[in-house]
Design a protein around this ligand. Structure first.
Ligand code: DAH
Length: 348
């Protein structure tokens, strides 16, 4: 009686089973599967029992099986364990352990860099009355500058008659006056506030939730030199000894004067050129990262500190961007960081 393709497939399947079970000893494998009367040849012989129109497909199945057998035999020849001995000096297989998310790694590192120079890490509410992220920072109600921080407002029963509505904080600057209050308006203040921030913007370069870190120093005789020195120090610690920073005039309501802060590019070392070509990673050797400035007298006053006696500087920028710049990453889509895609996250 002529055989069917199903029957042949069943036989191949059970032969594969046997192959897996006995796949350790080369001599035995060769005898059982590849010898003249081994399984491969026996099955090949069955081709003749099939109807001619089935033979092509059956032949392909058998060839694939033969290749699999040959592959296993080749593996057995090179594997010490299968050849009957074990090399105990071989390095072990590393278990796949979890690790800290890249953004958390960056937060830890940034914290340590500032703690070493006397800053104290604090964390202030991520849901706050609008007085802290706006009014106290010299941005009165209805001032158009507020629009730049596309803020989520909470529909809440806790509206405070003096502090205003509740918002998801759009920047970590809400920590400035809160820190002055915590220290009972008595400098010196050296804080680093790291927290989540929220803005109504989501595209390839923005996530609605992101992280910022905010530095604030208030004391007698604080000048722009202290600000520049601190930013330079951070650049060297975080990006390496060759890294530089530069500040460019800008405008923020809560600082006077205000600056934008740039770091030199880690790919071209700030030269703007790689192997004679324009660096594709940065703008002429620099990356824009955030803002900074000398604390506005009105902000000190909001924290009950006398601006005649004390001065201060502040700075703030995004953790995600600061971190990806160091890795020399131009992320096509920043949302990848929060996608939970292990293939991406495992790389850090
Ligand atoms: N809070 C600003 C922002 O989110 C950044 C910033 C600018 C922070 C100047 C500061 C500063 O402390 O002094 O865009």
């Amino acid at each position: 009686m002529a055989g069917t393709l199903d029957q042949l497939q069943e036989k191949i399947a059970s032969a594969k089973n046997a192959l897996q079970k006995s796949a350790s000893n080369v001599a035995e494998l060769e005898k059982q599967f590849l010898a003249k009367h081994g399984t491969v040849n026996t099955l090949m012989a069955e081709l003749k029992t099939l109807a001619p129109e089935l033979r092509k497909e059956a032949g392909q199945l058998l060839n694939a099986f033969r290749q699999e057998v040959e592959h296993v035999v080749a593996g057995a020849k090179t594997s010490p364990a299968r050849a009957g001995w074990t090399d105990f000096t071989m390095p072990g297989i590393k278990p796949n352990t979890d690790h800290v998310h890249p953004v958390s790694q960056a937060m830890d590192e940034i914290t340590r860099i500032f703690e070493r120079i006397g800053f104290i890490r604090v964390r202030y509410p991520e849901v706050d009355w609008e007085w802290y992220p706006f009014d106290s920072l010299n941005m009165p109600k209805d001032h158009p500058a507020r629009d730049e921080w596309e803020t989520f407002v909470i529909d809440d029963p806790f509206r405070h008659f003096k502090l205003g509505k509740m918002v998801l904080t759009p920047h970590t600057s809400n920590g400035q006056v809160r820190e002055m209050e915590r220290l009972k308006s008595t400098p010196p203040i050296r804080m680093i506030n790291i927290a989540r921030c929220y803005r109504r913007q989501a595209d390839v370069t923005h996530t609605e939730m992101f992280h910022q870190f905010e530095g604030l120093v208030v004391d007698k005789g604080i000048t722009i030199q202290h600000l520049k020195g601190t930013i330079d120090h951070f650049a060297r610690e975080f990006y390496g000894p060759k890294a530089k920073s530069r500040i460019r005039p800008f405008h923020f309501m809560f600082t006077e004067p205000s600056f934008e802060v740039d770091f030199s590019c880690t790919i071209c070392d700030g030269t703007g050129r790689v192997n004679g070509e324009k660096c594709r990673f940065c703008k002429s050797g620099w990356h824009e990262v955030g803002g900074a400035g000398m604390v506005h007298p009105n902000v000190l006053k909001a924290g009950n500190i006398d601006p005649e006696k004390y001065t201060g500087f502040a700075f703030g920028w995004g953790i995600e961007r600061t971190y990806t710049l160091r890795k020399g990453l131009k992320l096509d889509d920043i949302r990848l960081l929060y996608s939970g895609d292990m293939r991406f996250l495992e790389q850090f």
